[in-house]
Design a protein. Structure first.
Length: 54
């Protein structure tokens, strides 16, 4: 599934969340935010891991 498809599904299910794509092997600050969804994508913008709230 592409990042765009996943984002559309997530926002459709809950329009109050913000989807943040992160590239594979990149670093990010793991602070928790209940209205954010991390979308792990590879270099081809395909989702490679289940999205996670945080």
């Amino acid at each position: 599934m592409t990042a765009e498809q996943a984002t559309a599904i997530i926002v459709h299910d809950n329009p109050l969340v913000t989807v943040k794509p992160i590239l594979k092997d990149s670093h990010f600050i793991p602070d928790f935010c209940c209205n954010r969804v991390w979308l792990c994508i590879d270099e081809n913008h395909r989702v490679y891991q289940e999205p996670m709230v945080g």
